[in-house]
Design a protein around this ligand. Structure first.
Ligand SMILES: Cc1cc2nc3c(=O)[nH]c(=O)nc-3n(C[C@H](O)[C@H](O)[C@H](O)COP(=O)(O)OP(=O)(O)OC[C@H]3O[C@@H](n4cnc5c(N)ncnc54)[C@H](O)[C@@H]3O)c2cc1C
Length: 388
């Protein structure tokens, strides 16, 4: 359970003032940024004032099915949040089932516990407040205005702190949509379905997590509705559709720095387009962002250089994200029987080791302990287009 409850009524005292860093959003990306700033000092030697805001208490609202590579949870010291670990991935199509033995494992975890453990690793001040907008270096919230020279948007897919004309609006933006239910029950398999009877472009899943199973449908087409197939899948699996959780999911990289703001996690489109896996990438880019901010605070670089370098670091992943987006677009055009044959053929151990090894390298757990990223802004690709 979350340690504190969201401030309500008279507890919502006015919030105003200045911070050195303002981290908006306290889920995976925001908590990773704050973690990297623990113990940071300003160039004048004073402790950095890091303020983190979220509309909900930390860990209060689960934002995903909470399955991630176990290595990431180990690297961040979060294994107490683990619910179940899986070495095999079971892929179902209408014409058969394949089982891949992965070179690394996935784990499902408990969201409130994980957030609490990650939150223990920062010394930021946390306040519950709803972010409503921004003017320059001032963020407007329902409890007042807060200013900071360094501002991070870790608020998720809406990209709230971007200039209004570049914000993301479904259904025209490059977004997927996902919905899941969390019935009580048990299971041993991490399973996905690539089955057009549930969703034409996308996939469905069943992720056991201790005493519950997270069953859902993700559509790469933002116009396709996912509630009916989610309910149907739950019924097909002999369980009830209870405990809904859903959201939009970005599937294209967006600029990680814009108008003086750092964006990390879903706000920057840091979710892998093929799998809609966005937890480890939110952690990864959050860490990269936090390292840049720390360099600014401690006087090793300027804000402008940090913005450029972080944007370049993020854009440096454009090729990998683009390749996954191409596969995402291709799969719905492959005839189902051929797809089944291909999935089976790709199940040779060598191929599985190779593909999943590469997949993990996009945001590897070793990054947690690695030296700060050093991407030359001079070699940076052109900024990404925001248009859909
Ligand atoms: C149904 C579903 C299942 C998924 N399952 C998985 C999975 O199993 N594994 C995986 O890797 N990825 C999964 N994803 C994707 C994953 O959830 C996201 O990519 C990930 O949560 C991104 O993290 P984030 O920190 O950037 O944003 P979020 O986790 O969305 O966090 C944003 C934070 O900002 C806060 N916030 C938002 N707006 C405001 C506001 N106006 N004011 C103040 N605070 C605000 C929110 O309360 C939240 O705490 C799933 C997505 C969906 C929809």
């Amino acid at each position: 359970m979350p340690r504190r409850r969201t401030k309500r009524g008279t507890e919502r005292t006015p919030l105003a003032g200045e911070a050195d860093v303002l981290v908006c959003g306290a889920s995976f990306a925001g908590l990773a940024v704050a973690r990297e700033l623990a113990g940071a000092r300003r160039a004048d030697g004073a402790p950095a004032r890091v303020l983190m805001l979220d509309r909900y208490e930390i860990g209060e609202r689960q934002t995903s099915a909470c399955a991630a590579p176990t290595g990431w949870l180990e690297a961040l010291g979060l294994t107490d949040a683990l619910r179940q670990t899986f070495r095999d991935l079971v892929i179902n199509t209408p014409h058969g089932t394949s089982r891949y033995r992965l070179p690394w494992s996935w784990s499902t975890f408990d969201y409130p516990t994980l957030c609490e453990l990650l939150d223990d690793q920062n010394d930021a001040t946390f306040e519950t407040a709803k972010v409503e907008g921004r003017s320059g270096a001032t963020v407007h919230t329902d409890r007042g205005d807060v200013s900071a020279p360094l501002i991070v948007d870790a608020l998720g897919w809406r990209r709230m702190l971007a200039p209004v004309d570049t914000r993301v609006q479904p259904p025209d933006a490059p977004l997927s949509r996902g919905l899941e239910v969390h019935p009580g029950g048990a299971g041993d398999e991490l399973e996905i379905w690539i089955d057009r009877s549930y969703v034409r472009e996308g996939y469905s899943w069943s992720f056991p997590a201790g005493e519950e199973v997270r069953i859902g449908v993700g559509s790469f087409d933002p116009r396709a509705h996912v509630k009916e197939p989610t309910v149907r899948l739950a019924e097909d699996l002999g369980t009830e559709a209870v405990g809904y959780q859903g959201n939009w999911i970005p599937h294209r990289l967006r600029p990680a720095a814009e108008d003086g703001i750092f964006f990390a996690g879903d706000s920057a489109g840091h979710c892998l387009p093929l799998s809609a896996e966005g937890i480890r990438t939110a952690l990864y880019f959050g860490i990269a962002c936090g390292r840049e901010l720390r360099d600014v605070l401690e006087g090793r670089t300027t804000r402008e250089a940090a913005l450029r370098r972080y944007a370049a670091f993020s854009a440096g992943h454009r090729h990998r994200f683009g390749s996954m987006l191409s596969v995402q677009r291709l799969i719905p055009h492959v005839p189902p029987r051929l797809l089944t044959v291909l999935i089976r053929a790709m199940g040779t151990q060598r191929f599985v080791d190779w593909t999943f090894g590469h997949y993990l390298k996009t945001a590897p757990p070793e990054f947690v302990h690695a030296a700060p990223p050093r991407v030359s802004a001079a070699r940076a690709p052109e900024p990404l287009a925001v248009a859909a």
